[in-house]
Design a protein around this ligand. Structure first.
Ligand SMILES: [Fe+2]
Length: 211
């Protein structure tokens, strides 16, 4: 089994990229995301490609590619994220990454990026009540997100304005949304909204179609 601890991991969050997995023991609660081409059998049930869940006290007999995520102290809290100050200090505020007016007061931070296999990974942290702003991507930018901490939502819009919202997908810990791009890679206008403090993993390089 090949293991890579992604470099943005730290004292409170650990994200591992795993290949050629055999008899992988899961003890404490761990998010497993299947990024291989085939379903992965866990405790007798299939975890489909580009699906994820939180597992504990089980063994993954075999998997082609997995992402394994743990966070301290838990996946949800009634209060703010315990290590919010550390995430904000270590990661980069969105306005610094993209100095656009719309991001000026947006409480959104991004970790460094890391590459593994054909994928690019990074983490986002948003404070409770943050609208992470409507945007779109070019057709070859195939992003998918896995919620790690807190509760947020991915929203779709007909136009680049709030009132044109037409779909909302709630994101809770361990959940991965289906691609927002269509089979041709075309995106709708979309945004992430953080209801509580939220941390989620972004993966670029997902397939054109996910079953
Ligand atoms: Fe996006």
């Amino acid at each position: 089994m090949k293991r890579k601890l992604l470099k943005f991991s730290g004292p409170f969050i650990k994200v591992q990229y795993l290949e050629d997995v055999t008899d992988y023991d899961i003890k404490t609660r761990t998010i497993l995301l299947n990024i291989g081409e085939n379903p992965v059998l866990i405790a007798g049930k299939a975890l489909k490609p580009w699906h994820s869940s939180i597992f504990a006290n089980t063994t993954v007999p075999k998997a082609q590619k997995l992402v394994s995520i743990t966070i301290k102290p838990d996946y949800i809290s009634q209060k703010s994220f315990k290590y919010a100050a550390q995430a904000k200090k270590k990661w980069t505020r969105i306005y610094k990454l993209y100095p656009l007016q719309k991001f000026k007061n947006t409480n959104l931070w991004r970790s460094d990026t890391d590459k593994a296999g054909r994928f690019i990974f990074y983490l986002w942290f948003a404070s409770a009540g943050t609208d992470c702003r409507i945007h779109k991507h070019p057709n070859d930018f195939k992003e998918i997100h896995t919620q790690i901490f807190g509760v947020g939502r991915m929203q779709k819009f007909h136009e680049n304005k709030q009132s044109s919202i037409y779909q909302e997908v709630f994101m809770s810990p361990g959940y991965t949304h289906e691609p927002f791009y269509n089979a041709k890679g075309k995106y709708p206008w979309h945004a992430y909204y953080a209801d509580t403090d939220c941390i989620w993993l972004a993966i670029e390089g997902a397939p054109s179609r996910v079953s």
